[in-house]
Design a protein around this ligand. Structure first.
Ligand code: THU
Length: 163
């Protein structure tokens, strides 16, 4: 057990380099999507939700394998609060990345937490329709859907052209 634990730590230090960039974290890693869940879960506890008491954590993987995380950040002026998805997307954009490959959203509720309407539109801006979105609960329930299924018939910049 000790040997395998040490080996895991060794592996992790090799595979995962975390860079602190501005207020977000970027994880560049080689490895499976299990990391997405771990990162969403670990940032979840840092959500700032003193008013709703409903913390949300998000991890987004981009097509180059980087992972960006975000949490909801509420405000005493209630409408100024922002969703976790928006925070992760902003962290992604700040590094110049524009294409989402996978999304993981987690909250402490009975059923896997669905992104709100506004966040579905925000995710669609940077995702192909078949990008998987996994919704999860802290207790371990998961449900995977796609950006297409979350927002069918969505508005996009395709509609800017007249012909
Ligand atoms: N929230 C998110 O961060 N993402 C969602 O997709 C659902 C809602 C946050 C916003 C607010 O801080 C709290 O959850 C309660 O609505």
């Amino acid at each position: 057990i000790f040997i395998s634990f040490g080996y895991l730590l060794f592996l992790q230090s090799f595979l995962v380099k975390s860079y602190k960039v501005d207020k977000g974290y970027i994880y560049r890693l080689i490895g499976g999507s299990f990391m997405l869940k771990d990162i969403a879960r670990s940032v979840w506890s840092n959500a700032y939700a003193p008013y709703s008491k409903f913390k949300v954590g998000v991890a987004i993987k981009t097509i180059d394998g980087s992972i960006f995380s975000g949490v909801n950040v509420e405000n005493a002026a209630y409408p100024e609060g922002t969703c976790a998805e928006a925070a992760a997307i902003a962290a992604m954009c700040a590094t110049g990345q524009r294409e989402i490959a996978e999304v993981y959203v987690i909250a402490d509720c009975k059923e896997p937490v669905p992104p709100c309407g506004g966040c579905r539109q925000k995710l669609a801006e940077f995702s192909k329709p078949d990008v998987p979105v996994t919704m999860a609960t802290i207790s371990g329930k998961e449900k995977t859907t796609s950006v297409r299924d979350l927002l069918p018939g969505s508005f996009s910049n395709d509609f800017f052209t007249k012909i």
